[in-house]
Design a protein around this ligand. Structure first.
Ligand code: HEM
Length: 456
C-alpha cells in the first residue's frame, strides 16, 4: 500500500494525476465517522427492479472482476519480488494476456494442462454433471493460474469458459496445421487473447463508459492505403518505461463493480442463489461445483430473445451481502467502509479535485451528501457521478476517463496486443450479427462453451 508519489515513478502502481499527489482528501482515522455515515447510506436492502441496469447484463459484472484479476495478477516468483521491496521494478506488466488462465505455461505448470489432449497443450477441465468446473485437487482447491478466480461461483464459471475458449481455438489450430507443436499452441493462445482483448476494448468498455467517451478514446480510421486501423487517443494515461496501474483506477474508479453486484442470481433455470449468505448454502467460491449448478449463460449475457438478468445500476448503493463479507468481522466485513478507508490510506485526492484537474463538469455538494462539502472520496464521487449524470447506466466523465484511459492505455502499451502488433486486426471467430467488429462476450461464449449458451 506504499505508493511512491514522486513524479519520476514508473513501476507497478502509479498516479494518473501527479500534481494532486500531495492533495490527500482524507485521513483514514480522523475521517472515520464521515466514512461510516457514507457507508451506511450506501447499503441497499433487497434488489428492487428500479435499481436494475438494462444496458449491462449481469454477466459483465463478473467479466469486470475477471479483467481486474487478469491485469493485477503477477505470477513472478515472490522471491524475485521480495528483492524489490518498494515494487519499483515492474517484473510483469499489467496486460490482458489471460495469464490468470494460462499460468506460466504448459512447461512450468503442467498440472493445469490436459496431457491426454493435444500433447498437453490443452487446458484441464473438470466435468461435473452436464457442465464443467475448474480443475481441483482432492481438497477442492482450484488448480488455476489465479486463485482469486474461484472467489465466487460466477467468476469461477467464467474462468471455465476461458479455459474452454483456449481449447476450442486450439482444436481448430491443430486441425489447420495438421500437427500439435509449441508454435500451434502459441498461435491458439494469441487467438484467444486477442478475442478477449477485443471484447474488453469494445463490448465491455463501450457499455461501461458510454458511446460518446468510447468513440473519443478508441477510433478506427481508414488509412491512405484503404486499410482500417484502430488507435487510441488518451489525455491522461502516460508512462515512461513500463505501463502501470494508477491508484485512482484500482482503489477508486474500477471498484465501481461493487455497486453492480446483485444480492441474488439465477445461475440457470432451476438454480437461484445468493452469492454469499451468512447461513451458507450459497454460490460462494472456493468449493467444488455441484451437479446442476453450472451457469446457463443466457441468464448473464445477450444470447436469446428472453434476455439476461440485469446488473445493478452503477450508483451509490451496494447490496446487503457486501456489508457482511465472508471471513470478515466488524469494519472488515463492510466493503464500502474498506474501500473508503483504503482510498484515504493511499492519499487519494477528492472527486472534485480530480474533476477539476480533468476540467470536466463537477457534481454539487448537495448531490454528494453525506460527504463533507467540497471533498467527496473519489470512489464515492465516481459512483454518484454515474447515478446523477447517467441514471446509473454507465460511468460519468471522471470515472469513465479513469477506467477507459487505463484499460486502453494498458492495451496500447502491451507490445503483444492486437492493437500494437496488428491494429488492422478484426475478430475471426463467428458472430451472431455477421459483423466482426461487433464481436461480443456472447459470441466468445458461443465458441467456447456451446452447450452452455442454450437456456436450461
Ligand atoms: C462478488 C463480489 C465481490 C466481492 C465480494 C469483492 C470483494 C472485494 C474485497 C474484499 C476487496 C478488498 C477491499 C480492500 O480491503 O481494499 C476488493 C477489492 C477490489 N475489487 Fe472487489 N469484490 C467483488 C466484485 C468486484 C467487481 C465486480 C469488481 C470490478 C468490476 C471489483 C473490483 C475490485 C478492485 C479493482 C479491487 C481493488 C483490488 C484489486 O486491484 O484487485 N470487485 N473486492
Amino acid at each position: 500500500m506504499n505508493t511512491p508519489r514522486q513524479v519520476s515513478y514508473d513501476g507497478r502502481f502509479g498516479r494518473l494525476f501527479q500534481p494532486l499527489a500531495d492533495q490527500s482528501a482524507h485521513d483514514p482515522e480522523a475521517d472515520l465517522a464521515e466514512f461510516r455515515a457514507i457507508a451506511e447510506a450506501m447499503q441497499e436492502s433487497g434488489n428492487s427492479p428500479s435499481g436494475d441496469n438494462a444496458r449491462m447484463p449481469a454477466g459483465y459484472t463478473y467479466l469486470g472482476q475477471f479483467v481486474d484479476h487478469d491485469i493485477t495478477f503477477d505470477p513472478t516468483s515472490f522471491l524475485q519480488r521480495r528483492n524489490d521491496e518498494e515494487g519499483l521494478i515492474n517484473f510483469r506488466t499489467p496486460r490482458f494476456d489471460l495469464d490468470s488462465v494460462y499460468g506460466s505455461g504448459p512447461a512450468d505448470e503442467p498440472f493445469q494442462y490436459d496431457r491426454t489432449r493435444h500433447d498437453g497443450f490443452a487446458l484441464l477441465l473438470n466435468p461435473v454433471g452436464a457442465g464443467f468446473d475448474l480443475p481441483r485437487n482432492n481438497q477442492g482447491s482450484a488448480l488455476i493460474g489465479d486463485p482469486r478466480n474461484d472467489e465466487n461461483g460466477i467468476v469461477s464459471q467464467l474462468h471455465v469458459a476461458f479455459i474452454a475458449l483456449h481449447n476450442a481455438v486450439l482444436d481448430r489450430a491443430v486441425q489447420a496445421a495438421g500437427q500439435t507443436t509449441g508454435e500451434v499452441f502459441k498461435e491458439a493462445q494469441r487467438e484467444a487473447q486477442w478475442h478477449y482483448q477485443w471484447v474488453v476494448a469494445h463490448d465491455f468498455l463501450r457499455r461501461l463508459i458510454g458511446d460518446e467517451l468510447h468513440d473519443a478514446l478508441l477510433r478506427a480510421d481508414e488509412g491512405a492505403d484503404g486499410v482500417v486501423r484502430e488507435a487510441v487517443r488518451l489525455r491522461h494515461y502516460r508512462h515512461k518505461v513500463n505501463p502501470y496501474l494508477p491508484v485512482e483506477f484500482s482503489v477508486a474508479a474500477y471498484r465501481f463493480g461493487h455497486s453492480q453486484v446483485r444480492d441474488e442470481y439465477s445461475i440457470n433455470g432451476t438454480f437461484h442463489r445468493r452469492l454469499f449468505d451468512p447461513g451458507g448454502d450459497d454460490f460462494r467460491g472456493f468449493q467444488p461445483l455441484r451437479p446442476g449448478w453450472h451457469a446457463s449463460w443466457p441468464f448473464f449475457f445477450d444470447l436469446d430473445e428472453q434476455g439476461p438478468e440485469a446488473s445493478r445500476r452503477i450508483d451509490s448503493k451496494l447490496p446487503a451481502t457486501l456489508f457482511s463479507l465472508q471471513g470478515g468481522a466488524g469494519d472488515d466485513a463492510n466493503l464500502a467502509l474498506r474501500n473508503l478507508r483504503r482510498g484515504a490510506a493511499l492519499g487519494l485526492p477528492s472527486g472534485q479535485a480530480v474533476a477539476g484537474a480533468m476540467a470536466v463538469e463537477r457534481l454539487d455538494d448537495a448531490d454528494l451528501q453525506p460527504a463533507a462539502p467540497g471533498k467527496a472520496p473519489l470512489w464515492f464521487y465516481i459512483l454518484k457521478e454515474a447515478e446523477v449524470m447517467h441514471g446509473g447506466a454507465h460511468l460519468g466523465p471522471v470515472g469513465g476517463r479513469i477506467v477507459g484511459e487505463t484499460l486502453l492505455g494498458l492495451l496500447r502499451a502491451d507490445p503483444q496486443s492486437y492493437l500494437s502488433l496488428q491494429p488492422e486486426w478484426e475478430p475471426t471467430l463467428s458472430t451472431t450479427t455477421g459483423d466482426p467488429r461487433l464481436f461480443s462476450m456472447a459470441d466468445l461464449l458461443a465458441t467456447a462453451v456451446p452447450a452452455q449458451v442454450a437456456r436450461f
